[in-house]
Each structure stands twice: as C-alpha cells, then as structure tokens.
Design a protein around this ligand. Structure first.
Ligand code: HEC
Ligand code: HEC
Length: 291
C-alpha cells in the first residue's frame, strides 16, 4: 500500500486527495468553511428540534416533544379569540345607530366587511356584483334613488323590501292607464312623448307635446311630480334620471304607461337579522350613491 504524500496535480496546480483510478486522480476541493459550519449547525438544530417539538410519526400518533406544541391548538385558540371579538363587535354593531357605525372606524370596518360578503351572497344576483343593477333592478351606486339613499332609508328598504311578503313592506303601484282604459291610446302616445322630451329623448314627429303636458299634469304629476323628478315619498322613479329601470326610450315609456311592470325587492330582516341589515345599509351607502 503506497503511503499517502502530498501531491500537486501538474495541469491544474491543485492538490490531489491521493485517490486514483486507472490513472485518473481526484483533485481536492474542500467545502468552504462557512458551508460546513452551517451544515453542522443544522444537524445540531435538528436534534434540538426533535427533542422539543412534535416530529417523528409513530404507528399510533407521533413524538410530542418536550414543549408539547400543537399547531392545531394554536389555530383553535386564535379562532376562538376571533370569534369572541366578532361576537363582541357584532353586539356593538347591533346597539350602535347607523350614524355611530359610520363614524366609528372599528365598527365601520367590521360593517363594511360583513356588508360586502352579505351583498355578494344575497343581493348580487339581482343588483349585480358591482351593484350597478340590470334592467328592472336598480343601480345602487348612482345618485338616483327610488326610495332614498340615506342610511336609515336604506336600512328600511333592505329590511322590509318593496312589494314583498312582509307587513311593513314598501308599496307603490303605478296604475295601468292603457290596460285599465284610463287613458286613450293617443293620450298615452302624447304623454309618453312629453315625458321623453323632458328626459331629453328623441320624440316622435308630429305628436302634440302640449297636449301630452296636460295629460301628464292630470295623471302623472301627483306621483312623479311636476318636474318629473319623482318622489322618494311614494317610490315614484325620477323620469329625468340617466337610466330607467325598464328602458329609457319613448317606446318603453308607452309600454310602462299602458301596463306597468312592478319589481319585487325581497324583505331581508327575517332572513339576515338586524346586524347584517345594518352592515348592508352601511355598505350600500358607501358605494358612492349614498345621501
Ligand atoms: C330578487 C331580486 C332582488 C334581490 C335578491 C335584491 N333586490 Fe334590492 N331591489 C330589487 C328591485 C326589483 C328593486 C326596485 C324596487 C322598486 O321598484 O321600487 C330593488 C330595490 C332596492 C333598493 C332601493 C333602491 C332605491 O333606488 O331606492 C335597495 C337599497 C336595495 N334594493 C338593496 C338590496 C340589498 C342590500 C339586497 C340584498 C340583501 C337586495 N336589494 C336584494 C330586487 C332585488
Ligand atoms: C300612483 C302613482 C303613479 C302614477 C299616477 C304614475 N306613476 Fe309612473 N310610476 C310609479 C311607480 C311606483 C313606478 C315604479 C314602477 C312600479 O309601479 O312598480 C312608476 C314607473 C314609471 C315609469 C318607469 C320608470 C323606470 O325607471 O323604468 C315611467 C316611464 C312612468 N312611471 C311614467 C308615468 C307616466 C307617464 C304617468 C302618467 C300617465 C305615470 N307614470 C303615473 C308611480 C306612478
């Protein structure tokens, strides 16, 4: 057996390990010191970890470690703490007025989070995920309100709905002027074109708008008001609004005067409870159209 002696490789100038196979020699490139120390340190760390923390799986269970640490217990504790806080905040929300909620950052944040989720779950199918509405379902983001956009009014509308199955529901019904023969066909065309002219719509040629105005004043102004801006008292839509529930054209107005459509907004108070309804009012109010 050849005794090992330091040998320098001719070509690279690097020391060899002395190992040789068929004339090929192994160069000696030791691992950097910092790397070795890290390696030893991690071995030491893993031993400490085994001893202290849960680590080895066994047939029945696992080694628990001296610290008796459990991720599940930590999560459970955190969850319970969050639940307790939620119950607490929920109670404060129930007791606070809508204005107090709006003016208390902590309550507002909670109400907004709860309102957003409840809106997505319950309201988005009709009003759209962004609350911008669809035909027949009002946009809740704009400034045009059928029933009103202040906090208390919103809470009432959401609680009891419109034409809903609830004793306190909001109710308003436009008469069917054509179907019930309250107005002649001509009068309906006149009044629809008059409303169209007030709303800035293209009107039919040759229609007597002055006559339409008279029909309007006699039949419509009581609900939609003299200036056609509607009334939140009676839930009569603003006829000068940028969008209509049921289509904004003279033809659509004729259809509505002939035989109106009546949308139904469900009552939510029994289904969602007062806290959630409050959160929804605050959330809807924040969307930009609040009053
Ligand atoms: C089944 C469809 C439907 C669902 C679901 C629905 N709404 Fe409505 N909502 C309507 C209709 C239709 C109207 C218009 C009622 C009318 O003609 O006065 C309306 C009106 C409203 C108004 C009054 C708007 C105004 O201009 O005064 C508010 C506020 C409102 N909804 C909020 C909600 C909230 C919040 C939810 C979820 C909890 C919800 N809606 C769920 C159909 C729906
Ligand atoms: C008793 C009150 C009342 C009277 C009178 C009335 N309306 Fe209405 N109008 C309403 C209500 C409430 C609505 C909302 C739709 C509904 O009935 O569900 C409405 C809706 C409308 C709409 C649809 C608005 C939209 O956003 O799509 C038009 C257009 C309209 N009315 C025009 C008229 C004209 C024109 C007359 C007169 C010939 C008239 N209304 C008389 C209460 C009234």
């Amino acid at each position: 057996m050849a005794e090992y002696k330091k040998e320098i490789d001719q070509v690279t100038g690097v020391e060899t390990t002395g190992h040789e196979w068929d004339g090929l020699k192994e160069l000696n490139h030791p691992l950097p010191k910092w790397w070795l120390y890290m390696f030893y340190a991690s071995i030491v760390w893993s031993v400490i970890y085994w001893v202290l923390m849960p680590s080895w799986p066994l047939v029945n269970g696992y080694t628990k470690g001296l610290l008796d640490y459990s991720q599940r217990a930590v999560v459970t504790a955190e969850f319970n703490a969050a639940e307790a806080e939620r119950a607490e905040t929920g109670k404060m929300l129930l007791e606070a007025s809508l204005e107090e909620i709006r003016d208390t950052p902590e309550l507002l944040e909670f109400a907004m989070a709860q309102g957003k989720v409840a809106f997505g779950d319950n309201c988005a199918p009709c009003h759209g995920a962004g609350a911008t509405g669809f035909e027949g379902y009002p946009n809740l983001q704009d400034d045009s309100w059928i029933w009103g956009g202040d906090l208390d009014t919103l809470a009432t509308t959401i609680s009891y709905g419109v034409r809903a199955e609830h004793d306190d529901t909001r109710y308003a019904e436009m008469p069917a002027f054509g179907r019930d023969e309250m107005l002649e066909k001509d009068e309906i065309i006149q009044v629809a074109n008059y409303v169209g002219s007030v709303a800035g719509l293209p009107t039919r040629q040759g229609v007597d708008l002055e006559a339409g105005k008279v029909v309007y004043e006699e039949n419509c102004a009581a609900c939609h008001m003299e200036d056609a801006k509607g009334s939140t008292e009676t839930g009569s839509p603003n006829l000068t609004a940028p969008t209509y529930l049921y289509g904004k054209s003279v033809e659509d107005i004729i259809a509505q005067v002939d035989a109106p459509r009546h949308g139904v907004m469900p009552a939510w108070i029994d289904r969602l409870g007062e806290t959630t309804v409050k959160s929804l009012a605050v959330y809807v109010h924040s969307l930009g159209g609040g009053q």
